[in-house]
Design a protein around this ligand. Structure first.
Ligand SMILES: Nc1ncnc2c1ncn2[C@@H]1O[C@H](COP(=O)(O)OP(=O)(O)O)[C@@H](O)[C@H]1O
Ligand SMILES: [Mg+2]
Length: 417
């Protein structure tokens, strides 16, 4: 069977991950051929702040993935994160073009385009336009309007924007690393792609990606994206707090977090002491394990309070039946699931990419949710090319158009024999 090579790059604040995958023609099976990981430099709060440094770390990750896969990487689908990502709801209205009033694909593309014609502040760029539901004359909440008849078609869509500076710096860094960008996807949406099921999205679910310097969320309901946000606090803050609290260097604090960290303060005795001299010779003073957990808990409290606040702001606090799915490196903290359940008052699980072939021992991990989600997103959208021609009047950067493409294809497929 013919296969396609797809590359994805997830430029996180602490780690750059590059995956080269082989996708069988039907899009059903994905084989991981190569994985490259590098420490990321030149990033702050999920955004590129030093183009050269970021480019170097991208190039390093890409080179490693090339070596493992034996493929040469030219282009990649890329995640975009960073505080400043925002969501607006928008409506579009058009008149059906056909004389008999039957809605066709073109109408759907046009109405989504109309929804996109909202005034975006000049320092922002549209990344995704995601239709939630359509209305045809008096008929509301239509998921698939194609083939129905009417006069006036309306769409309710979610528009996801990112600061233009983010997009520009990321583009420049990729260019310097000599990799062209085939598409941009907002980080939590990519992570959701590899970890959430259709059923969860249908019921109502929140993805919480615990990254190094940001925590990003994506809320789904009735199968569609409802909200997304990037909160400016992440798991590296825990490390910084430990460094300050114990007066140690950052590297040592990170090791303490990995070795002794836990989100459950009950898991240790108040009097338990830990000896850090095996981590670093200079650490001669024993410390209370409980104190380390207090530091961790205080920061986790803050992170999850922000998530709750965000859910409250959209009226979804404690109202998502499929609960929360945690991804990102921060999800490795022991007892984080119980902690999150308690804070969010929802069922909680850890999300891991599944059902992959190839060198999967590297990627079946919550830290790889985003980079694998990007591959899945690319697979979905390659199939849409024939439906959204290059003559399409939609001119936002890649993924907005592609998302429309996906929808149109989904809708279209329903009506094919
Ligand atoms: N086993 C672990 N225990 C606690 N924290 C962890 C563990 N593994 C990774 N982390 C933390 O996860 C964060 C990195 O997560 P990741 O999703 O890779 O970040 P990003 O994509 O923002 O670079 C860091 O703060 C790191 O310390
Ligand atoms: Mg990340």
């Amino acid at each position: 069977m013919k296969t396609n090579i797809i590359t994805s790059i997830d430029l996180g604040s602490s780690v750059v991950r590059c995956v080269v995958a082989d996708v069988f023609e039907d899009g059903e099976q994905i084989r991981i051929l190569g994985v490259g990981v590098a420490q990321s430099r030149g990033m702050r709060r999920g955004a590129v702040v030093d183009v050269n440094d970021a480019a170097d770390s991208i190039a390093e990750a890409v080179e490693k993935a090339e070596q493992m896969s034996g493929e040469s990487v030219k282009g990649a689908i890329v995640s975009i994160g960073g505080a400043g990502i925002s969501v607006t709801e928008s409506q579009g209205v058009i008149a059906i073009s056909r004389a008999d009033g039957e809605v066709n694909e073109d109408d759907v593309v046009r109405v989504i385009e109309a929804a996109q014609a909202v005034s975006i502040p000049t320092n922002n760029e549209i990344i995704h336009v995601i239709p939630r539901s359509f209305r045809l004359d008096d008929q509301k909440d239509i998921k698939e309007p194609i083939g129905l008849r009417g006069v006036r078609l309306e769409v309710n869509a979610v528009i996801v924007e990112a600061p233009s500076a983010h997009v520009k710096n990321l583009t420049n860094a990729m260019e310097r690393a000599d990799v062209s960008i085939t598409d941009f996807i907002i980080e939590p949406l990519a992570a959701a792609e590899s970890t959430l099921t259709k059923k969860q999205k249908e019921l109502g679910v929140v993805l919480v990606n615990l990254g190094a310097s940001t925590t990003s969320i994506a809320v789904y309901e009735e199968g569609e994206l409802f909200h997304t946000a990037v909160l400016p606090v992440g798991s590296d803050f825990i490390t910084h707090d430990i460094a300050i609290g114990l007066r140690t260097e950052i590297d040592i604090a990170e090791k303490i977090k990995f070795e002794y960290g836990s989100a459950d303060m009950e898991s240790v005795n108040k009097k338990d002491l830990i000896d850090l001299s095996h981590i670093d010779e200079s650490e001669t003073e024993p410390v209370y394990h409980y104190h380390v957990l207090e530091i961790i808990q205080a920061r986790l409290d803050e992170i999850f309070d922000l998530v709750v606040k965000e859910l409250e702001s959209i009226g979804k606090d404690q109202l998502l039946p499929a609960g929360a799915v945690l991804t990102g490196g921060g999800a490795h903290m022991p007892h984080i699931v119980e902690f999150a359940k308690d804070k969010l008052r929802l069922p909680v699980t850890i999300g891991q990419p599944a059902n992959l072939l190839g060198v999967v021992d590297h990627v079946d991990d919550s830290s790889y949710a985003t980079v694998i989600g990007l591959i899945l997103w690319a697979v979905e959208n390659d199939n849409t090319q024939s439906f959204i021609g290059s003559g399409s009047a939609i001119t936002t950067i890649g993924s907005g158009v592609k998302e429309i493409g996906t929808k149109v294809r989904d809708i279209f497929n329903k009506f094919l024999p």
